[in-house]
Write a protein that binds this ligand. Structure first.
Ligand SMILES: C[S@@+](CC[C@H](N)C(=O)[O-])C[C@H]1O[C@@H](n2cnc3c(N)ncnc32)[C@H](O)[C@@H]1O
Length: 289
């Protein structure tokens, strides 16, 4: 199942066009093109699991004879991946002004890394299979807050539902599975949206996954917008996602979110805001603008 790209990829394409550069942009982990050299500059302090996962994906996609170039600042711990890369081929590193470049001529795949994670999860009386990947939210199991949200959602047949900030698609998949809806799922992370799409297919469900930054490029309207929002992303992102959500609702629609109990996100919600559920760790809040 392909993922519609409404967020970052079109911007990358636009920048290439503006600069007259003839390159292609794809969602990295489903790239169909072969390559000789891959350059990877992980964000500073990215988790070790994620960087190893991405490196082993590059090693297996490029195969023997390809070259992987990893770069970043010395302080962010780039050196710790030299050993991993040296298990895949001839590796050399050099540093200049606090930055490190590690080059690997790939000879063979590293063992035991780079595989998707799989698990089954039960909620709402259904058991579904999920494939995920390090770096996605709660990639090893259904998050407890997400489960609390799922148990609180009610959907009527024929309603339009959005799983906003869908991650690997738990909310959208469960709702598509036990109600008569084809949920829309959106995330600004291409990888998340592509796993959400894959998880629909894996469970034989209908629905769609979009890559979108908050509501940019989403022109549909919904009866229910459900979200376990990225509370660490800061007020700007939460405002873009939750305050904007109100404008995407159909008449009589509602927004239902889950968040940690100690937080208060009511400033991003308007209309009639009510507490639907409070557990030891989480609150489920509904807003009817
Ligand atoms: C707490 S996680 C929840 C993931 C998933 N719904 C779940 O419950 O497993 C929040 C998600 O919001 C996404 N996100 C962060 N900023 C976003 C934005 N500006 N637009 C859309 N999604 C965003 C993150 O990539 C992440 O997948």
């Amino acid at each position: 199942m392909s993922v519609e790209e409404r967020a970052l990829v079109p911007h990358h394409r636009k920048n290439l066009e503006l600069n007259g550069v003839g390159a292609e942009v794809q969602n990295g982990f489903h790239a169909e093109k072969e390559f000789d050299t891959a350059v990877y500059a992980p964000p500073a302090y990215e988790s070790i699991d994620v960087v190893r996962d991405r490196l082993s994906s590059l090693v297996s996609a490029g195969g023997a004879g390809s070259e992987i170039v990893l770069c970043g600042s010395k302080k962010s711990g780039i050196n710790r991946y030299s050993q991993f890369l040296s298990s895949c081929g001839d590796t050399e590193s050099f540093s200049r002004s606090g930055n490190v470049v590690v080059k690997c001529e790939v000879e063979s795949e590293a063992e035991g890394t780079g595989v998707d994670r799989s698990f089954s999860a039960s909620a709402r009386g259904q058991t579904l299979e999920f494939r995920t990947r390090p770096g996605l939210f709660s990639y090893g199991e259904l998050d407890a807050g997400t489960r609390t949200l799922l148990e609180e959602l009610t959907v009527e047949p024929g309603e339009e539902v959005l799983d906003l900030g869908c991650g690997y698609g738990a909310v959208g998949c469960f709702l598509s599975s036990d109600t008569c809806v084809s949920a829309t799922m959106s995330d600004d992370d291409c990888l998340a949206a592509s796993y959400a799409s894959e998880n629909l297919g894996l469970n034989g469900l209908s629905g769609q996954a979009l890559v979108s930054d908050a509501f940019h490029g989403i022109d549909q309207s919904f009866d229910l917008i459900a979200s376990n929002p990225p509370t660490h992303a800061g007020d700007g992102v939460l405002r873009d996602m939750l305050t904007e959500a109100e404008k995407q609702l159909r008449e009589g629609g509602r927004i239902v979110i889950v968040h940690r109990k100690e937080l208060d996100l009511s400033r991003f919600l308007s209309g009639s805001v009510s507490l639907r559920q409070e557990t030891e760790g989480f609150k489920v809040v509904e807003a009817k603008p």
